[in-house]
Design a protein around this ligand. Sequence first.
Ligand code: XIL
Length: 332
Amino acid sequence: MKNQLILLGLLIGTSSAQGLKDLAAPRNLDVGAAINMFQLMDNPDYTDILEKDFNVVVAENAMKMDASQPQRGEFNFALGDLLSSYAQKNNMKLRGHTLLWHEQVPKWMTDGNFGKDELEEVMKNHIQTVASHYKGRVYAWDVVNEAISDSGGMRDTLWRRTLGDDFIARAFRYAREADPNAKLFYNDYNSETMNRKSNDIFEMVKKLKADGVPIDGVGMQMHLTLVAPPSITEIQQNMKRLEGLGLEVHITEFDVRTTGFMGTVAERNAATAKLYKDVVNVCLQAKNCTTFIVWGVTDGQSWLKAGSPLMWDAFFKPNPAYFAVQEALQGK
Ligand code: XIL
């Protein structure tokens, strides 16, 4: 009797301990979350969820340029190192976000009025100092973030204006020099379906590959909108064409903007859950889609600040989206 009880306890224990990452592992999928460092440091409800459900972490803000090089030549790796040791301790992978972006850049950069040579040096030094620092700890970097415009062509950023279109190729080469083993990604939003922006990205990464630039994958941020959901078939097609180039796909910043939805909260949550499930399924089916990362843990901390974009509500209770992802991973 006693043994049976122990066995029963073990069984119950094991089944309730099956986090998303455990269900995802046999399907060759990593499951990650963007980390709010304040929550990580002092909220056990938050870290309980992380440790049960995720095997990838990425800093929501802590490893961006304004955080990591607040003054020219003065780097601050305190928060990134904290996240890195947390990841190591908990057997999680650390994803790096991001080496080069036009937002969240330090003031000395935007005010710098740098000429071409000086800005090139700033870019190279930033990429190489940060990538070298995290060498062997960051398994994949978003090397360049959001460099394509929503209305077609290259986005007009401070990098491109001064350095020209090929700053992207050089950014990847600098990153590879600094850390030969990290996977290098181009990352962007509104580019998951077959549209103008994803076509531009496709052409760009195709050219990078053809030119021998070290790029391993494309990050699809997937900040989705419930009232205008993407075509799942087109996501599949888009992943497929990137597979044709030998590129991996990571879903890097998944969340669902639920504002504007007409219906009850229950209906809204059900529709959100379905979108989560459809996207996890399309990723599971695509050979090159290896990672599903949500942009935050609870609705209360989401940058979207409204509705229920994430898998947990503001009280750390799982939303229907959580169970939908669980089902997708179980093949249900
Ligand atoms: C967002 C963070 O979530 C916010 O906390 C911050 O104020 C602004 O940036 N695309 C990206 C992310 O690549 O870095 C952004 O993160 C969301 C959009």
